[in-house]
Design a protein around this ligand. Structure first.
Ligand code: GLA
Length: 431
């Protein structure tokens, strides 16, 4: 108990609670957005990013992004959406089709509007969003809060309200705001992104339309501390790559910040790399399970027409998606036992292995284990280690990758032979 001059502890507590209660909630993206996103970053562009962050190259360098990343057009978007519908992604929950960087030109009209690159989008954005809506999808679009996008096109600094109004007028439902070329703005990370929060709030007042707002901030990686008051999702790490090493780095970061993520405001672990690079099926299963159970947005980031049937089955696992999209429990799974490392270890090469969280209510518990070892291992844990399991209860256990009930557990749980880089996911239901 303590008193500050003029303020009691309970008044302070009420103030803090009020602050939590007024966290930005624009009524959309209660659960993490699922869908498709056009952008896939190359190794070459990542190296340039590192140099950019260190101030080595100018932000307007044109050679930083691979061609595929910028090589987008309306036909690609239409074909992708049609395929995603036909393959069952839409009914599985993947509802946003998002256009990333490179849809626009480098300059604005004389009255300050963004210009759609008509060589890539000759029919214009209204036609495209109508097409997507007609299929049953929602539509997303990218901008940058600086003077230029990361790929060098017109940025939004000073034009946020005009751009937000145009995005709504063009039929979009979702926007991703990036972080490049913001050197001329002297505010904090939070205040830079707040400019878009304010613009979107005003546009909602004018039109009744709320856009989902997702942001990218990798200057100081602090977005989870102010993101819940600013946006619906915030990136937590530098750009993902299609390799196991980067997946481990991002998951290690996520393991420490689960408390910041909940309904309407989500830690964003970045796009899904399933289908890209040389990720094995075990790695794809682990990547997808971890992203879903950390309650990240789930955005497919590959050429959907080339996805193997095995990769598709991973991305469509309904029992994993159900946890990500749980409308009763917003908290992500969190580590309860690090495994090889002592609990609490920050190790980007070997993240926490045993994770748990409630699902639907406090009588259902989701459990995830990932084998980061290079050898096959058995899974073994004591139920009382997890704050989400009760030591004196018996649980019915369902395996979410085998899609079957595998018996009961009390006090201990055991499962054999988990291959390197593979995952196990279960629902434990109190009996
Ligand atoms: C940044 C973002 C990526 C992507 C590119 C586009 O790198 O982190 O997700 O949007 O910009 O240029």
């Amino acid at each position: 108990m303590f008193n500050l001059p003029g303020i009691t502890y309970s008044a302070l507590q009420a103030l803090l609670l009020a602050n939590v209660a007024t966290a930005w909630n624009n009524g959309v993206a209660k659960v993490p957005p699922m869908g498709f996103n056009t952008y896939v970053i190359s190794l070459a562009s990542r190296l340039s990013r590192v140099k950019l962050m260190c101030g080595v190259i100018s932000s307007s360098s044109s050679s930083r992004w691979n061609r595929f990343a910028c090589n987008i057009n309306e036909q690609l978007i239409r074909d992708t959406a049609t395929q995603m519908k036909n393959l069952g992604f839409l009914v599985a929950g993947y509802q946003y089709i998002n256009i990333d960087d490179c849809w626009l030109t480098a300059s604005r009209t004389s009255d300050g509007h963004l210009i759609v690159d008509s060589s890539k989008f000759p029919s214009g954005m209204n036609n495209l969003t109508s097409f997507l809506h007609g299929l049953g999808f929602k539509a997303g679009i990218y901008e940058d809060l600086g003077t230029k996008t990361c790929a060098g096109f017109a940025g939004s600094l000073g034009h946020e309200l005009t751009d937000a109004r145009d995005f709504v007028a063009w039929g979009f439902d979702y926007t991703k705001i990036d972080n490049c070329n913001s050197g001329s703005y002297n505010g904090t990370n939070a205040s830079r992104f707040q400019r878009w929060t304010n613009a979107l709030t005003q546009v909602k007042a004018e039109t009744g339309k709320s856009l989902v707002y997702t942001l990218v901030e990798w200057n100081s990686f602090d977005a989870w501390t102010w993101g819940p008051n600013t946006a619906n999702a915030w990136r937590i790490y530098d750009d993902i790559q299609a390799n196991w090493g980067r997946i481990k780095q991002i998951l290690n970061q996520a393991s420490f910040i689960g408390n910041y993520s909940n309904f309407y405001g989500h830690n964003d672990l970045d796009m899904l790399e399933n289908g890209n690079g040389n990720l094995t099926l075990a790695e794809q299963r682990s990547h997808f399970t971890a992203w879903a159970l950390a309650k990240s947005p789930l955005l497919v980031g590959t050429d959907v027409s080339k996805l193997s049937n095995d990769s598709i089955q991973i991305l469509l696992n309904p029992e994993i998606i159900a946890i990500n999209q749980d409308t009763a429990i917003g908290e992500p799974l969190k580590p309860f036992f690090w495994g090889k490392n002592p609990d609490g270890t920050n190790d980007p090469t070997f993240p926490a292995q045993y994770w748990s969280g409630y699902y639907k209510d406090t009588h259902h518990t989701a459990i995830m284990y990932i084998n980061f070892n290079e050898v096959t291992v058995d899974l073994n844990f004591t139920l009382s280690h997890s704050p989400h399991l009760k030591a004196d209860k018996t649980y019915a256990v369902r395996d979410l990758w085998q899609h079957k009930d595998i018996g009961t557990a009390s006090k201990f749980f055991f499962s054999g032979s988990i291959a390197p880089h593979d995952v196990r996911a279960y629902i434990f239901t109190e009996m």
